[in-house]
Write a protein that binds this ligand. Structure first.
Ligand SMILES: [Zn+2]
Length: 202
C-alpha cells in the first residue's frame, strides 16, 4: 500500500469547488457529472501524485484505472469529493477485491475523525503496519491487538497473500528491473508491459 501524505492530497481548484457547491447535498450520481472537470481531472491529478501506481497493490496501472473512494462512494456520499478519501487504484484492487465493502467503523462528519477498519493510506503510517518487500506485503510483528486486527483486515480484503497478487508484484519487480537495465522511456514501458513477460529478469 502506498503511504500517502495526508498533508499533500490533491487540491480541488476553484472551478471544481464551485461545481461541487452547486450540487448541494451530494449524491452518488454527482460523481459522473461534469466528468472532465471533476472525475477525470481528479484521476489525472492522483495518477501524478502516485506515479501511476495503484494505492493498494503498489503496481503500475496500465489502463485508465479507477479513482478509489476509501469510504465507499455510495454509502458515504458526503465524502464523494473529499481529497483524503480519494486515491488512484487498479481496477482489480478497487472493483474485484475491495468492492463495496464498508471500511468505516465509526462515522464522523469530519473525515479525519472517522475510524477506519482498514489501514488508511493517508491517515495511517502504512509502514508501521506492513513490511513491504519487493514482492510480499507482510504484517509487522509487535503490533497492538487492535492494530493487528486492522492490518489483518486490510491484508485479507486486498488479498495480499493470494497467488494472484504475489504474482503481479513479482512481474512488476521484474519489469522495473528490465526498464532500468534498458533505460526505457515511460511510453516504452507501457508498450512493452502489455506484451512481454519478464520472467527471465526475476
Ligand atoms: Zn492494485
Amino acid at each position: 500500500m502506498l503511504n500517502l501524505n495526508k498533508d499533500d492530497p490533491i487540491i480541488l481548484n476553484d472551478r471544481q469547488k464551485k461545481i461541487i457547491r452547486k450540487f448541494g447535498r451530494l449524491e452518488v450520481k454527482h460523481w459522473r457529472r461534469n466528468e472532465k472537470t471533476l472525475r477525470i481531472k481528479i484521476r489525472d491529478d492522483l495518477i501524478g501524485k502516485q506515479n501511476e501506481c495503484c494505492v493498494y497493490c503498489g503496481c503500475t496501472v496500465f489502463d485508465k484505472g479507477d479513482v478509489e473512494h476509501i469510504a465507499h462512494k455510495a454509502s458515504y456520499t458526503q465524502f464523494l469529493f473529499t481529497p483524503l478519501n480519494l486515491a488512484f487504484s487498479c481496477k482489480t484492487c478497487n472493483q474485484t477485491y475491495k468492492g463495496e465493502v464498508d471500511v468505516v467503523a465509526v462515522e464522523n462528519p469530519v473525515y479525519e475523525k472517522c475510524v477506519f477498519k482498514m489501514v488508511h493510506p493517508y491517515l495511517d503510517d502504512v509502514d508501521r503496519f506492513f513490511d513491504t518487500t519487493r514482492i510480499t506485503i507482510r504484517i509487522r510483528k509487535g503490533l497492538s491487538k487492535s492494530d493487528y486486527k486492522k492490518a489483518l483486515f486490510t491484508t485479507e480484503l486486498l488479498r495480499w497473500t493470494s497467488e494472484e497478487v504475489v504474482f503481479k508484484r513479482e512481474q512488476q519487480f521484474a519489469a522495473d528491473k528490465f526498464h532500468k537495465e534498458h533505460r526505457l522511456t515511460p511510453a516504452q514501458h507501457v508498450m512493452l508491459d502489455k506484451t512481454v513477460t519478464y520472467n527471465q529478469y526475476k
